[in-house]
Design a protein around this ligand. Structure first.
Ligand SMILES: [Zn+2]
Length: 59
């Protein structure tokens, strides 16, 4: 039970990825994203980046 898991660190952004093509937010397993198994539902683009940082721009 004491396994160091990065999932616990990014609790808020757990499994949240953003498509670099259409900038749509989606939730999926980080392991699948690293392997390139996850694609965007809207545009079908593989370029996904994990959402770790807060957005600077405040609308
Ligand atoms: Zn997309």
């Amino acid at each position: 039970m004491a396994v160091p898991n990065p999932v616990t660190q990014g609790r808020l952004f757990k499994g949240v990825f953003i498509c670099m093509r259409c900038n749509c937010k989606m939730r999926s397993d980080p392991i699948r994203v690293k392997r390139g198994l996850v694609i965007c539902r809207k545009c079908g683009y593989k370029g996904l980046r994990p959402k770790k940082r807060l957005v600077k721009a405040k609308a």
